[in-house]
Design a protein around this ligand. Structure first.
Ligand SMILES: *Cc1c(COP(=O)(O)O)cnc(C)c1O
Length: 229
């Protein structure tokens, strides 16, 4: 392993430590919280180093950048798409990602379903919620979430696994609390064909808070690889 990347292994240790601390304080120490490495702008060599350190999940934002790096990625990690996705770009990623976390409309879900059917696969998805109702952000509004869930549950080649959110920067705990409530409410509705197991929230600046409020998948870029260039 290339020692010039040893800071990545130190960073992973710190992140794990902080997650364990948040779990010990606020949750059950047996709860599993997965760490996703968010790879935008990061060279594949650094990404593969993180995988050698035990990271099992990579998060991709940009189709073009992903396509230029994916053949160099270690096959030991799974890849989730987490960025805004245009319908006409799904075809480039559908056969190499194991989940699309950024589904926020029935139109997008239908197109993923159609292409998944062509490939004879079932695609795992998360529904992205715009929990702060920010005009600049993607995601379905929380008031429209349940009806979108019912619509998407009808699609045979899509498996909904949970929710994803990017709460407002500096918004504090209330948005994480709201997401956790939505997650629990929808879980309790037991919608057919929907398995609410993943709550993807928390990034470099707020993952401890997200863990406090029920996140089981944190998406970390900066605190893992350093400030993006
Ligand atoms: C960039 C990004 C992250 C990680 O952001 P950091 O603050 O660098 O940890 C997480 N989720 C999504 C959707 C992103 O685009």
């Amino acid at each position: 392993m290339d020692e010039k990347f040893s800071y990545i292994s130190e960073n992973i240790k710190k992140i794990i430590f902080n997650i364990e601390e948040a779990k010990a304080k606020y949750r059950n120490s047996n709860d599993v919280v997965e760490i996703m490495a968010v790879t935008k702008t990061v060279p594949y060599e650094a990404v593969n180093y993180a995988v050698e350190c035990g990271i099992k999940l990579l998060g991709e934002n940009r189709v073009q950048e992903y396509l230029s790096k994916k053949e160099f990625y270690s096959p030991k990690a799974e890849v989730h798409f987490i960025g805004h996705l245009q319908s006409n770009k799904i075809k480039y990623i559908i056969d190499s990602v194991s989940m699309i976390q950024s589904v926020d409309s029935f139109k997008l879900a239908k197109e993923i379903d159609r292409l998944a059917k062509n490939q004879n696969i079932k695609m795992n998805v998360l529904i992205e919620v715009n929990i702060g109702d920010e005009p600049s952000k993607s995601g379905i509004s929380s008031v429209e979430l349940e009806s979108l869930m019912h619509q998407v549950s009808q699609l045979e080649n899509i498996k909904v696994k949970g929710l994803m959110a990017i709460p407002p920067v500096g918004g504090g705990e209330k948005y994480f609390e709201k997401m956790h409530e939505l997650f629990i409410d929808i879980q309790a509705k037991n919608i057919d064909n929907i398995n609410m197991s993943i709550l993807s929230m928390g990034m470099s600046s707020d993952y401890e808070l997200a863990v406090k409020h029920g996140s089981n998948l944190v998406r970390i870029g900066t605190k893992l690889f350093g400030v993006r260039k």
